[in-house]
Design a protein around this ligand. Sequence first.
Ligand code: AMP
Ligand code: TRP
Length: 335
Amino acid sequence: MKKKIFSGVQPTGNLHLGNYLGAIKNFVALQNEKDNECVYCVVDLHAITVKQDPKVLKDNIRETTAAFLASGLDYRKSIIFNQSLVPAHSEGSWILGCIARMGWLNRMTQFKEKAGKDKEKVSVGLYIYPILMAADILLYDSTHVPVGEDQKQHLELTRDIAQKFNNDFKTDIFPIPEPLILGEATRVMSLRDGLKKMSKSDPSDYSRIMLSDSEDEIVKKIKKAKTDPLPLPDNLDDAKNRPEAINLLTIYAALSDQEIGTVISEYGGKEFSQFKNDLGELASAKLSPISVEMNKLMKDENYLDSVIIKGKERAINVADPVLNKIYEIIGLFRG
Ligand code: AMP
Ligand code: TRP
């Protein structure tokens, strides 16, 4: 059976190694597998659930598009587009919001983390964000959704919404999409604190390797990465109790396409200094071609904009007929 793949990345700047290993690297592999139909979306409407500077939002949309292309996505093989240019996402989101239950949204841990103590003051958009994500996915008949570990719960909500819609209206319009949480590095942690997720919003630049970093910056950030004073662990159980060590080992494994066990058997018992040299070399070899290409593309706004516009037309051709069917099923006019 053909896999229909959909995923999205928010254009909120500071794209990092976690985005690459947890998501974009897998997008490319899926695109290059025979028979897959892939749709990759720059989800700008998700980005505005928190305050964005209008002067930088467009640049960030271009940056995410550039990161997709520089990592190996090809707009001729995959549909690459920008969410807000396809109105079906907002329209579909309203309808699915009438299917989703409050109790389901109230369980979303990412909302609780992002809202923190200030739940009364965050935007309503942040709360209903997973419904928009469900619309993204369901408008493309998606069967598989590659994401990092942190999005698993949102995918479960999408599945619940799809199932309830199908049941309520006695239809099978929506396939129930499967999460694809692939590779060794499904949750890359901060280089400054092995218990915190690597994130775009961490105030410290040293917490993350950015896709736009130069070779020197990559090597320097790995050298400065927090470790503990012991030599590297020589088995997985010990590694699991040492958050910084397992994070660096996982990054090495993912970048070299090996299993973590293989990396542990190579480096177990050795000093961090040697390992960090090798990891720095590996990371700059794998990432700097992306960064060079990305920085080059960022200078060509016209080209990036043309990719976004081409993708828009193709996305509309898939999403609009699905939205029409949804209107039909629920008894609305669509003219
Ligand atoms: P976002 O930047 O939140 O739009 O995330 C885009 C993609 O990157 C999603 O599939 C996330 O699950 C993934 N991702 C974000 N941060 C990490 C991380 N630290 N480790 C692994 N995957 C991540
Ligand atoms: N919520 C996702 C994140 O923050 C981004 C996203 C939006 C997405 N729509 C999606 C991911 C649809 C997969 C499929 O990472």
